[in-house]
Design a protein around this ligand. Structure first.
Ligand code: 6PG
Length: 240
């Protein structure tokens, strides 16, 4: 596990954009496909905009990239809470990724149907359980959730299904979420965490007792140990 601390969200996003674009560049020199799992939430927006900017856009062979989401709120695509909508607006509408390589979680069908569709898509891309995305980008909630794996949810400790539906009481909303096994099979997993509101959760996840039902992000332990935390100073207050 590697912990990187940046001054603020701007420096954090720039450093992660450098890190990601160079990882993609080195991977796509030898392989024709790079699978990139995007996080939801608001933290990654600056990173997505940077990756689409003149500074980074030409460092990546976008034709080789395949995009997925770690979770989705069961709201229409054009709802401001929809994770895919933000990623298209900040990144995917501005880079030449073949449309067929972009896989939003379908919110135009029932959550159960959407989860089943995504489970089958992931099986097509990753037929064995030992390998999944080349890069999985994760966020952290102030309650130590990640993806839509909320404290106390049965989805946190799920070992078999790769995709599940959960009901989030706080938002009164269904979500479709990937589960830990498919993330833990990724080539690299990177958490992007910013802001003082996350300091308590980051402290609990990194230094608290192992209790993933209470601190769900602890359940993310890549099989190959390729776990990278990129945080800003405000979020790192409890772990520095
Ligand atoms: C979601 C996310 C979720 C998010 C964290 C952090 O759909 O909400 O996938 O896990 O990454 O809640 O969200 P912020 O970046 O908005 O703080």
């Amino acid at each position: 596990m590697q912990l990187n601390i940046a001054k603020d969200i701007e420096e954090l996003s720039m450093q992660v954009a450098e890190w990601i674009s160079s990882y993609i560049g080195s991977s796509t020199k030898t392989r024709s496909r790079f699978t990139f799992l995007l996080s939801g939430g608001s933290t990654p927006e600056k990173l997505y905009r940077l990756l689409a900017s003149e500074k980074f856009k030409n460092k990546v062979d976008w034709s080789r990239l395949h995009f997925f989401w770690g979770d989705e709120r069961c709201v229409p695509f054009n709802d401001h809470r929809n994770n895919a909508r933000m990623a298209f607006e900040a990144l995917l509408d501005h880079v030449p990724v073949p449309k067929e390589n972009i896989h939003p979680i379908n919110t135009a069908v029932t959550p159960e149907r959407s989860a089943a569709e995504y489970e089958s898509l992931l099986h097509q891309y990753f037929p064995d359980n030992q390998h999944s995305f080349d890069l999985a980008l994760m966020g952290l909630g102030d309650d130590a959730h990640t993806l839509s794996l909320f404290p106390g949810s049965a989805a946190v400790m799920e070992k078999k299904s790769r995709v599940m539906t959960v009901y989030n009481d706080r938002e009164k909303m269904y979500r479709v979420t990937l589960t830990a096994p498919v993330i833990n099979a990724a080539g690299r997993v990177v958490f992007l965490v910013s802001g003082a509101s996350k300091a308590g959760a980051l402290h609990d996840v990194m230094t608290g007792p192992y209790d993933p039902e209470k601190y769900p992000a602890q359940v993310i332990c890549p099989f190959n140990d390729e776990l990278y935390w990129w945080v800003d100073k405000a979020a790192a207050a409890g772990v520095e």
